[in-house]
Write a protein that binds this ligand. Structure first.
Ligand code: HEM
Ligand code: HEM
Length: 176
């Protein structure tokens, strides 16, 4: 009886669930890492940047693949009425910000004159070289986006908690 809801749950396709949790793990590491870089000791700062940028860059490619998968798969609906509207708005915002974040960070570091060598192994070609005039702007976009992403994540996690704890519906199981 108690597990009826699980049996009927239409889950996201496997590839979507894997992508969701891979990107979530990356973001939960990359975001805080980005925030602490300016506080770490000078001698480990370059490593902190390298790790932050290499992980963030991975998130970009995972997100591009994920968007491709999303556009070609059937996904369960997110609720009804205005609740569905809210969920879709937050989800769309998350997709957008997870592209804007890595792209702005990548262009920023190139513009500042520090091209990315992915995990210190693979030099990454950039359409933008050193460009001190627009480097601060790109950094500003990256920093503001970080807080917009934070807000969206708060709404996202708040929504999941609301459904799971208060409504006690199957929202969370769709992604597990
Ligand atoms: C999902 C991907 C990413 C997330 C969530 C993220 C998040 C953040 C956060 C939270 C900060 C701190 C902002 C602040 O101090 O207020 C930051 C800073 C920074 N990030 Fe990222 N980042 C991502 C990807 C990247 C990538 C791919 C690069 C470069 C290749 C990059 C380069 C930087 C740099 C250089 C800073 C220092 C701030 C500045 O521009 O002066 N980030 N990031
Ligand atoms: C512990 C953390 C997380 C939990 C429990 C969680 C849970 C969920 C659940 C249950 C859904 C399905 C919602 C529905 O269909 O109505 C979902 C969708 C989604 N989540 Fe998360 N999530 C977490 C972290 C994240 C993070 C860190 C991100 C991105 C930075 C993220 C981005 C998304 C996106 C974009 C969707 C929409 C998927 C689609 O329709 O294509 N989630 N999440």
């Amino acid at each position: 009886m108690t597990h009826d809801h699980q049996i009927q749950t239409i889950r996201y396709p496997g590839a979507m669930r894997i992508m969701h949790w891979l990107v979530a793990m990356l973001v939960f590491v990359t975001w805080p890492l980005g925030m602490v870089i300016k506080f770490v000791r000078d001698d480990i700062k370059p490593d902190a940047y390298l790790l932050h940028e290499s992980l963030g860059f991975m998130a970009l490619w995972l997100m591009l693949a994920r968007i491709g998968i999303r556009l070609t798969s059937r996904v369960p609906r997110s609720g009804n009425g205005s609740m569905a509207g809210m969920a879709h708005l937050v989800h769309a915002g998350l997709y957008l910000l997870l592209i804007v974040m890595p792209v702005s960070g990548f262009l920023a570091t190139n513009a500042h004159g520090f091209p990315l060598v992915w995990f210190d192994i693979l030099p990454v070609w950039s359409p933008l070289g050193k460009a001190p005039e627009i480097a601060p702007l790109l950094s500003t976009v990256h920093r503001w986006s970080a807080w917009i992403l934070f807000g969206l994540l708060a709404l996202h996690l708040g929504g999941v908690l609301f459904h799971h704890v208060l409504r006690r519906d199957d929202t969370l199981y769709k992604m597990l």
